[in-house]
Structure formats: C-alpha cells, structure tokens
Ligand binder design. Structure first.
Ligand code: MGD
Ligand code: MGD
Ligand code: MO
Length: 771
C-alpha cells in the first residue's frame, strides 16, 4: 500500500473472523437498540426448531446443538429484529421527495415498516390505509389492465416456499408468466447453464461431501463476507491437509486466513488457520482462459500418459458411459494458444499448469463458485466450462466431489423450485390444471431485465414486488428510475423502507410483512414456513419474536389478500390455504411430486433433500448424458476500442446485504467509514498519472459499440491502491450500477454484466484537489 494516508483506508492485516467480528456484532446490536429481542432471536437461529437465518443460503450442519456464530447472520437478524420503527408519523413528517434525499443506509436504518400505506400524490406522502382498502384498490387496478401481461410480479429470494407458491398460483390464475426474480441478477447463469451440461440447474453436493473432498476450488466468491459459515467448512478442509485453490482477482481475507469464533484456542491465542493453499489472482473475466488452460494441460497430460502405457489422466470410463461432446471440446481446447490463455487470464502458464496438476492429483474435487463467475456477459459459458472441467475426471455424482454454486438469498433456490419461473413447462401447466382447475398460458414471461424494458417502453403498467429493492438492484438506474415513475400501479411487500418504495406510480402501496424472526399465527395456530438451501435441503423455519407491529400480515396472507381482491371468481380457496400452511405444502406436493410427503418430511429435524439427478449420475432422465459444451473464444466481453480501458467489477462490502447498507466499513479490505472507493492496481494508477487517494471520475464504456447506452458516469470517487491485477478494478454495488446499461447482460441467461464493465478512469474534473 502506498505511503500516503487516505482517511478511512488502511492495510488490513488480520484474519477473517476472530474478535473483530464479535465486536462488529455487538456494535450492530447496540445500534439497533433492542438487544433483548435480538439476543433472544440469535439463540434460535438455524436451530432445528428455530427460524432459518435470512443471511445466506449456506446449509446448516446436520445436528446443530448450539448457536453457530456468524457475523453476517447476526447482522441480518438484528437488522430485521431492530427496535426502530417507521411509523405513519414518519411518513407524515417527510414527503417522498424528501425521503429520496436520504441515503440507502438511512432509509433502512429508520426501522421496520408498521402499517399499510398508500401514496397520495397531492401531498407527495404515504398515508395509512386499511388492509382491506389496499387490497380492493390493488385488485381493481390489476383488473383494469388491458392485458395480464402488462403487469410484472417480482420476487426477492427471502420469500418462503409457501408465499412463493401462493404468489405464482395467483399470478398464473391472473394470466401471466411475468416473473422477474432476484435470481435473474444472481445465479441465472447457473439455472440456464448447468441443465445443458448436467441435466439440472442446481449444485450436486451435500454438506457431508465437503468432509470427503481431496481438493476444493473456489471461483469468484467471497465467503468471509457473504457466507461466513462456509469458513468453518473450509477451515476443516484446510486442517486435514486437502488443498484449497482460490481464483479471484482480489485477495479476499476470508479465503486466506480465518480465526474461528467457535474455537476458544484460536480466539485466546489470536491465531488463525490458513485457508487457500494457492491463490490465483485471475484478471476480471479471465476465468474461461484459466479453465481452458487447465483443460489443455489435462488433455496434454492424458495423451502423454496413455502413450506411456498408463490409464490416462481423464476418467475415460466415466466419459464413455456418461458423457457426449468430448471430441468437440478437445478440438476447441487444442486450437487455443497458450499465449492467449496466459494473456487473458493474467496468469503464467506455470500457474495454470500447477492448478491443473492439483486438480488432476485429487481423487475427489469440489468446485464452488459465486457472482464472480455468473455476472458477466459470458456467465453461462463460465458455468459450463467449470462443468466441463469437473466432468473430465468424473468429479460429478460421487461422494466428496461435485459442483457447488453458492446461492445468495436464503430461499432463492426454493422460490424457483416451487414455480417462480418466467418459462413454465407443459408439465407445470398440466399439474396446476389438475390440482386447481384453471389453465394458464405456456408463453414465456419477462425476467428482470425484460420487465424493466417493458416498463420503460410502456408495455407494462403495473409492478408488484414480493420483497427486494428491484430499482436499485438492477442495472442502469438512469433508465429504471424514470421508467418506473410512469407506472399506473406499484405494490411493495416489505419489511423495511428502501429506494424502490420512493418511486411512486399513479397508485403506490407499501405493505408491511412479518419477517423470518417473527411469530406467525393463523387460524390453525402457530405456522412455520419452509426454505431450500444451496444444497437442496428443505427445512422448516419458525419465528418466535413478537411481530414488530400489530398491523403486520404474513407474506402468504398478503398474497392471498391481493389474490381474493384481484380474482373474484377464483378457483382457489385462498383463505383455507392461509389458515393452515400445511395445506399450502399439500398443494406444493400435488403440483411438484418430488415434494412427496412434504409435511411429514419437513418435520424431521434438518428436513430433507430434494432429488438432484446429477448427484446420482442421472443426467435428466433415462438415456440422457452429461454434455461437454464448447464456449467459442476466451472472452466474450465487448473489448473496448480504447486500450486504456480497465475492467470494473462491482462487489459487496462487509457491511451490506445487497442493497441493505448496514454500515460503511469493509473491514477485511481495510476500508472504514466510506464507500466511495475504487480499488486499483499501482501500475494502472501510475499510467494515468494518479496517486493513492486521488479523486477520480469513471466513464462507462459498456454499450459503446452500437447497443443503446444509457449508463451514467461517476464523479469524485477515491482511487485506492490495491492488490488487484493490472487492468482490473473494483468498486461497490450498488454505487456502480449506473455504469451498466440495461442491455449489457449475458445473452443466454439475461444476467446483467455487473462484474465486467469496461471503464475509463481519470483524475476528477469535479475537484482538482485531492483528499
Ligand atoms: N453479508 C452479506 N452476505 C450476503 C450478501 C451480501 O450482500 N452481504 N448477498 C447474498 C447474495 S444475494 C449473494 S448472490 C451472495 C453473493 O456472494 P458472492 O458471490 O461472494 O458475491 P460478491 O460480493 O459479488 O463477490 C464476488 C467475488 O467475486 C470476485 N470477482 C469479481 N469479478 C471476478 C471475475 O471476473 N472472476 C473471478 N474469479 N472472481 C471475480 C470478487 O472479487 C468477489 O470476491 O452472498 C449472499 N450473502
Ligand atoms: N452491481 C451489482 N448489482 C447487483 C449485484 C452485484 O453483485 N453487483 N448482485 C445482484 C444479486 S446477486 C441480487 S440477489 C440482487 C438483490 O436484489 P433484491 O433481492 O431485490 O434486493 P435486496 O437488497 O436483497 O432487498 C432488500 C429489501 O428486501 C426487503 N426485505 C427484507 N426481508 C424481507 C422479508 O422477509 N420479506 C419481504 N417481503 N421483504 C423483505 C426489505 O424491504 C429490504 O429493503 O441484486 C443484484 N444486483
Ligand atoms: Mo444474489
């Protein structure tokens, strides 16, 4: 790190975890001012009889007997269980335009929403409304639309299976498949890419597999911040001597060293366990080059071994029995030059070969990956090249081996499983007809990007959001914000206030719901909901806290309320489903037979695992095979015509949950009290005549080259010298979203290219002086 002192920026030397993370939790609890309530909540998190942690989708160990400490989980829980409240008085005191001026942090920090509110344009304020009136007005507005396809129904991944199932049932009876979903911005490349490779769009491993792997590869994710409970698993692997290989342009501390708060020895001696044995700082967008390089070495080593009379390095028996497409892959890889692989990955040939050797030496390999792989224009190719690598040595479908997309929201995978999809199948149409007696169209609906396009073009006039913060999470606020202001109806079901709520349409409703931590009582008594984690484990979640306000309804009750008002002749008995969530689960089971015996199985401690064909080498039905798939070229990103362009990635800080900004510190990257930083390589700074701490402007070059570019440039950010490859640069999400035009996404999966934005960076025009 450079000599110059920049306020709030330092070189963090510690390990991930440890006392600092306990301290951080204590601070959050204090700030949220309801310590009793939150501490009670924390004792019940991820317990067999407690609630599922809203923090992430990492699975729970089988027999959790004591609270598994996790900083991320503690923050998520206390953020929800806060003592602060957004009351009608707050809305009376502030116009919506006034609230717009608050920061994202301040909006959510104001506390929990307490009453249903409706927007009044004359006073530019949200005013209290009764639930009944809200439902009636929403129902009337939806029915007034000329066509059901003119409404968008967004889901964010905290929604339970029960709420999601009711929601899709309502929307389908209403007559559309417009299901934009947070997973369209997240692991869609997995959902689209993996089925083509291995017949299923989900991970193939269980948590137990991690006890048996001989090597673990981590591509493009940051577990120290985003899935801290995974560090315990990584630590155990490291302790038994199996190599962990990290592939990430940034040196993320959680992948380097971890002090386990669960380990009194480490805590008392301030020692830590090393995590990654080798850390490859790939260039942003260079992963396909690395993967192809590894495969190139494998093909070469295999040929040499076979020529020498050996059995080969590839798993030939597996390839012959279970796969197709090897020859085309081999030709593609053989036609790729080492020089190109080295240049685009940013890694030396020796490094690439060493990674391949670790892979080849291990009998059982697990490969984990996150947003660093999916949020690119070539996200689907990234996923499929990882699958190729795994298939070459039969590393899918046996104990201790497999591919593990690490999901984000705690039930993002489950929402999809129970029907939140814009691309329904005939099977789903038939099953819903059988169970509920109505038909719905097979036509594909809108995903997240397409929904915003439709809103922009006036093709959609209503937006209903079951959670989330769509306007801020999606790319291109310059397009999105003004487009959403033109809507006729917007409905937000939410726990906390955020910027999307402040983009009112002609009619806007803010409907406050119970959170995961809270007691949900319906006619038949206390209810639990169910969720599915990253490893396809389905389990129950039951909140225990007194609701934040007496006016809150559960998400299933709100969905049913909207449904009854929108569909007067409905074939569904909405009230009976809400009275007893067991009936919703019976419904899920009747539509999706793989949930057989749902209510019984989910009551077993730890729940049950859904059938994942690829885990047992069933590639999507009898006679089907796994496929090696060719990705043409090495990098599909639009190369910029300007050679001085850098590639920007947008990442999460340690103190945020997506668009929820808990605070302004990013401890493991040494940033305190600010978010306006851009991490840059020293040579890139020098080449632009810049120094650590200088103020800079960022110009997006994405979409230059013909596509419609509406993205905006950023001014007055702070350049921070950082250990990142030359040509790569990073800043925080959502600050960076305005650099990504709506049309910059993976053409196959629709995932916005948040992680590879060509940008020009120069000294700020705004203020000549630096900090
Ligand atoms: N505390 C906390 N927990 C969370 C969330 C949160 O915001 N806060 N969000 C939740 C959600 S919805 C999700 S999806 C997950 C997200 O969890 P992650 O997948 O870890 O998401 P990001 O923070 O976006 O980090 C992506 C990582 O990819 C790296 N990266 C960037 N570009 C590239 C590239 O081109 N190649 C490679 N190999 N790596 C790259 C970045 O350096 C970073 O380490 O976490 C979930 N858990
Ligand atoms: N540049 C850039 N953009 C990105 C990403 C990136 O890495 N870079 N990541 C993308 C990813 S992976 C994702 S998943 C999306 C996230 O997109 P979203 O899921 O839409 O966003 P969140 O920030 O998770 O939503 C936060 C809001 O959810 C509401 N909420 C919280 N808990 C509950 C609940 O229990 N019920 C209900 N009804 N509401 C609740 C609160 O009101 C809160 O304000 O963002 C995407 N955007
Ligand atoms: Mo996500």
């Amino acid at each position: 790190m450079a000599e110059r002192k920049v306020p709030g920026v330092e070189n963090f030397q510690g390990a991930a975890g440890g006392w600092a993370s306990l301290g951080a939790v204590a601070r959050v609890l204090k700030n949220q001012m309801a310590v009793g309530r939150e501490a009670a909540a924390l004792r019940r998190v991820n317990q067999p009889t407690g609630f599922d942690c809203p923090g992430c989708a990492w699975p729970d160990p089988k027999h959790t007997s004591s609270f598994e400490f996790c900083e991320n989980g503690a923050k998520a829980v206390s953020w929800e269980a806060t003592g602060k409240r957004v009351t009608p008085e707050l809305f009376a005191a502030h116009t919506v335009s006034d609230l717009w001026g608050w920061s994202d942090h301040a909006l959510e920090d104001a506390g929990r929403l307490t009453q249903p509110m409706a927007y009044d344009a004359t006073s530019d304020r949200y005013q209290p409304i009764s639930w009944e009136d809200a439902f009636v007005r929403i129902g009337a507005a939806l029915r007034e639309l000329p066509h059901p396809d003119m409404a968008e129904f967004y889901t964010s991944g905290r929604t339970s299976n029960e709420a999601a199932f009711l929601y899709q049932l309502m929307v389908r009876e209403f007559g559309t498949n417009n299901f934009p979903d947070c997973s369209n911005m997240c692991h869609e490349a997995t959902s689209v890419g993996l089925p083509e490779s291995i017949g299923v769009g989900k991970g193939t491993v269980t948590l137990e597999d991690f006890d048996h792997c001989d090597a673990l590869f981590s591509f493009g994710h940051n577990p120290g911040t985003n899935h801290p409970r995974m560090l315990s698993t990584l630590r155990a692997i490291s302790k038994r001597g199996a190599p962990i290989i990290a592939v990430n342009p940034l040196r993320e501390r959680g992948l380097e060293r971890f002090t386990s708060p669960q380990d009194p020895g480490e805590m008392l001696t301030n020692s830590s366990t090393p995590i990654a044995q080798t850390y490859y700082q790939v260039k942003i967008g260079g992963d396909v080059a690395l993967l192809k390089g590894m495969m190139k070495w494998l093909f070469e080593a295999d040929a040499a071994d076979l020529a020498a009379g050996g059995g080969g390095v590839l798993d030939h028996a597996f390839i012959a029995e279970h796969t197709s497409g090897l020859q085309a892959l081999r030709e593609d890889i053989e036609g790729t030059r080492w020089d190109d692989l080295v240049e685009i990955s940013g890694l030396s040939r020796a490094d690439i070969e060493a990674a391949a050797q670790v892979y080849a030496k291990a009998e059982r390999v697990i490969l984990c990956y996150g947003m660093g792989m999916t949020q690119h224009r070539f996200g689907t190719q990234n996923v499929q090249q990882m699958a190729n690598l795994m298939l070459l040595r039969g590393n899918i479908g046996r104990v201790g081996a497999g591919i593990a997309p690490i999901r984000g929201h705690s039930n993002v995978q489950g929402d999809r499983t129970v029907g939140i999809t814009e691309k329904p199948t005939q099977t789903l149409v038939d099953a819903i007809k059988r169970s509920y007696g109505f038909e719905f169209p097979l036509t594909h609906g809108h995903d997240a990007v397409e929904a915003v396009r439709a809103i922009r073009d006036g093709r959609s006039k209503a937006l209903v959001c079951l959670g989330g913060n769509l306007a801020v999470a999606i790319s291109d606020p310059e397009t999105t914000f003004p487009a959403m202001r033109k809507l006729d109806l917007v409905v937000h079901v939410a726990t906390k206030l955020n910027r999307s709520h402040l983009i009112p349409a002609k009619q806007a409703f803010l409907l406050p719901c119970l959170g995961r931590t809270e007691l949900d009582v319906q006619a038949s008594g206390v209810q639990s909901v169910t969720v599915e984690d990253s490893m396809s484990m389905v389990h129950a979640s039951q909140g225990g806290l007194k609701p934040a306000s007496e006016h809150l309804l559960s998400e299933p009750a709100i969905v049913a309320g909207i449904a009854k008002a929108t569909l007067p002749g409905s074939k569904v008995d909405w009230q009976s489903l809400v009275d007893d969530y067991d009936r919703i689960r019976d419904g899920i089971e009747s539509v999706f037979p793989f949930f057989a015996d749902y209510n019984r199985r989910v009551r077993e401690p730890g729940g049950f695992r859904l059938y994942i064909g690829a885990s047992v080498r069933d590639w999507g039905g009898p006679g089907r095979k796994a496929n090696f798939l060719v990705a043409p070229g090495l990098n599909e990103d639009p190369r910029d015509d300007r050679s001085d362009a850098l590639t920007m990635t947008t990442i999460r800080s340690h103190d945020q949950y997506n668009t929820s900004i808990y605070g302004f510190n990013d401890r493991y990257r040494g940033v305190n009290g600010r978010r306006d930083v851009v991490f840059m390589n020293a040579a890139d700074l020098r080449a632009r005549g810049l120094k650590h701490g200088d103020r800079i402007d960022i110009e997006s070059r994405m979409g230059t080259g013909g596509t419609e570019a509406t993205s905006q440039n950023l001014r007055g950010f702070i350049a921070v010298e950082y250990d990142i490859p030359r040509g790569s640069t990073a800043m925080y999400y959502p600050e960076g979203n305005c650099l990504v035009p709506l049309d910059s996404h993976d053409p196959k999966s629709g995932t916005p290219a948040y992680k590879s934005i060509p940008v020009l960076i120069r000294a700020s025009q705004e203020a000549a002086e630096s900090v």
